[in-house]
Design a protein. Sequence first.
Length: 68
Amino acid sequence: MRVWYDREGDMLEVYFEDAPGYMEELDEDVFERRTSEGRVVGFTVLNFSKHDRDKLTLPLTVTVTDSL
């Protein structure tokens, strides 16, 4: 898993695995990264510091498996 925050761009990225995929917008400033098979492999939040953390919900279901 990789978590990266770009302070200058105010963007949070979380990748569960390094796999090719596409971004799909879920909500204002919230995107999920999916493989061509539809599996969620990460998400991105733009303007992260401007979101109210108590109200920011990520409509993602994550299943953690031991693939190492």
